[in-house]
Design a protein around this ligand. Structure first.
Ligand code: 13P
Ligand code: ZN
Length: 272
């Protein structure tokens, strides 16, 4: 039995792909996921790797991620079939010693390449690697309905977008006290969107791409899923509130601060 297919991190990754798909966050090949694999996990599975595939330019330089290995979804591969066909749907990619190129060492057995958003994933990993001292390992991108719908009607700036979401449930400020970054519609898969997203990730753990979806980063599957499901739940409430004619009441800034102080959290007061 394959060591890769049996590895705990691998199964958590595949289960997360499957769960996101079942929630309607990942139609067809929409969305993508990447996980920076721990050294001890690589040592346990490395003899199943092949190092014959050519190096390919990432398009950005991520020097602090040199030689790291990432489990990543394949471009154009359907989330719905990933659990049934993992070797065809995902791959493990190794970065070179400069953090400029990658090569596939496992997976995508019928061909293909990592997600078209790999530059964004890797730049986000790079930013968070430095900020968290290597604690963040997972970057997820999904297309959840309510969050996307709101980007058509809410003001497109971090402060107003965050506050509208924070207002919906006290848990929101607790789960993402630094807030949400929002970017305008940009070309998907481009180096420009990668750089703009990474800039936002210097401040936030969750970034919304207007008219497109969400990116989030965190230490593990539980944390990142938790952030995204909280954003999307709040977005669903807000869609209903707007549909019923809009807010008649809202929490004050002080009430949001009080909840965070109760949990000793560093609330981003510049967004209140
Ligand atoms: P990929 O199939 O290349 O991962 O693209 C899906 C997507 O959501 C682009 O933003
Ligand atoms: Zn997308």
């Amino acid at each position: 039995m394959s060591k890769v297919l049996n590895a705990k991190f691998f199964n958590e990754f595949i289960d997360m792909v499957d769960l996101c798909c079942s929630l309607g966050w990942n139609e067809r090949n929409g969305g993508n996921m990447s996980y920076r694999i721990a050294t001890e996990d690589i040592e346990a599975i490395k003899d199943e790797f092949t190092f014959e595939k050519p190096w390919t330019s990432i398009g950005v330089t991520v020097a602090n991620l040199a030689n790291e290995y990432f489990l990543v979804t394949g471009s154009g591969k359907y989330f719905r079939y990933t659990k049934a066909e993992p070797e065809k749907s995902v791959c493990i990619a190794q970065l070179d010693e400069k953090g400029e190129n990658y090569r596939i060492v496992w997976g995508l057995v019928e061909g293909g390449r990592p997600t078209s958003e790999f530059p964004t994933h890797l730049l986000n990993h790079s930013v968070k690697f430095d900020i968290t001292g290597g604690k963040h390992r997972l970057v997820m991108h999904v297309h959840p309905v309510n969050t996307i719908a709101l980007t058509f009607v809410l003001p497109q700036n971090d402060k107003d977008f965050t506050r509208e979401i924070w207002d919906m449930m006290p848990e929101c400020a607790v789960v993402f006290p630094r807030g949400i970054g929002i970017l305008p519609l940009m070309l998907t898969g481009s180096i420009d969107i990668a750089k703009a997203t990474a800039e936002k990730f210097k401040e936030y753990d969750v970034v919304v791409w207007s008219m497109h979806g969400i990116f989030s980063s965190g230490e593990n599957f539980r944390d990142v899923f938790g952030i995204i499901e909280t954003v999307e739940k709040a977005a669903e409430i807000l869609v209903k509130v707007i549909s019923m004619g809009g807010k008649k009441v809202r929490p004050t800034a002080q009430e949001i601060i009080d909840v965070c102080e109760e949990y000793n959290l560093d609330i981003n007061k510049s967004l209140l």
